[in-house]
Ligand binder design. Structure first.
Ligand SMILES: Cc1cc2nc3c(=O)[nH]c(=O)nc-3n(C[C@H](O)[C@H](O)[C@H](O)COP(=O)(O)O)c2cc1C
Length: 172
């Protein structure tokens, strides 16, 4: 179980990928793990679009300036939410599935980065041909890592944790 903790601490956003393909067998394991994410009332309001078509990946990679890691990724996964299936929590539910997917990818030796999609909902839906009543909560660029990024700074626990009442420091 300590190794699971290690998995959480060593995942990094990877933005440079090797050219080699990811097998469907590996991808299946990644997507299978995403199904186990928690969701409100177990509503599982997510669906996944695997994008391997170069033309479509390039269109996704141009939805905004920070989407460019997609341009050198062998594949992308668009995580779609159905707001009707989980009206209060669909964004949270689908964020859970996205991070499960990214952690599973990391466990299997793949790299990934979450690409923002919530400012370009209509365009992303159009590119992958999804119905207008879905929300693309994330585009995940994925592939074998071609970089080992240094961890970005994390806030200290002392900046984040309160005991019982907001403002009381937790001295552990
Ligand atoms: C909701 C969300 C949106 C993000 N959007 C982008 C993005 O559009 N492009 C990008 O390169 N990284 C994006 N990231 C990745 C973050 O920049 C990254 O997670 C953060 O810098 C921490 O680095 P780490 O993932 O290596 O711990 C996004 C992450 C999240 C959770």
């Amino acid at each position: 179980m300590e190794r699971c903790l290690d998995l959480l601490l060593t995942r990094r956003s990877v933005r440079k990928f090797e050219g080699r393909e990811v097998s469907d067998e590996l991808l299946r394991k990644v997507l299978d793990a995403a199904r186990y994410a928690p969701s409100a009332r177990n509503s599982q309001p997510w669906e996944f679009v695997i994008v391997k078509d170069r033309k479509l990946i390039e269109e996704l990679g141009k939805v905004h300036r920070y989407a460019s890691p997609l341009l050198n990724a062998p594949l992308a996964v668009v995580v779609l939410c159905d707001p009707e299936a989980s009206p209060t929590s669909y964004l949270v539910d689908c964020a859970n599935a996205t991070i499960y997917l990214m952690l599973a990818a990391h466990a299997l030796g793949l790299g990934s980065v979450w690409i923002q999609s919530l400012r370009d909902v209509e365009r992303v839906l159009e590119i992958v041909g999804a119905p207008a009543n879905r929300v693309p909560v994330a585009i995940v660029a994925m592939g074998y890592p071609a970089e080992r990024p240094t961890p970005p700074r994390r806030k200290e626990l002392s900046e984040l944790v309160h005991l019982n009442k907001y403002g009381t420091r937790w001295e552990a």
